[in-house]
Design a protein. Sequence first.
Length: 96
Amino acid sequence: MMIPTDNNISTITDMRENTLSLLQSVQKKQSPTIIMYRNSPKAILLSIKKYNQLMEMVEDYLDEELALELEQEALSATQKDYISLKDMAKKHSVKI
């Protein structure tokens, strides 16, 4: 969890009055900035680079979860869960 400090907090007013400098700051320090509204955190501002890194991490995690799920399904599959090559070719009108 991100701990709010003077270095990583901005307000809605800061965003409105100093948008460009706020964006430059986020790009320069490569760490998120918490956007506060009435002393309550409302949003996180990230650089595109950091956002893309997070999205890659999420995709990797989801891919790994899917792979584990598919592996478990394969381990628990029985003969009746499989389709023969002959039946599959017939279903898709493919000559083998």
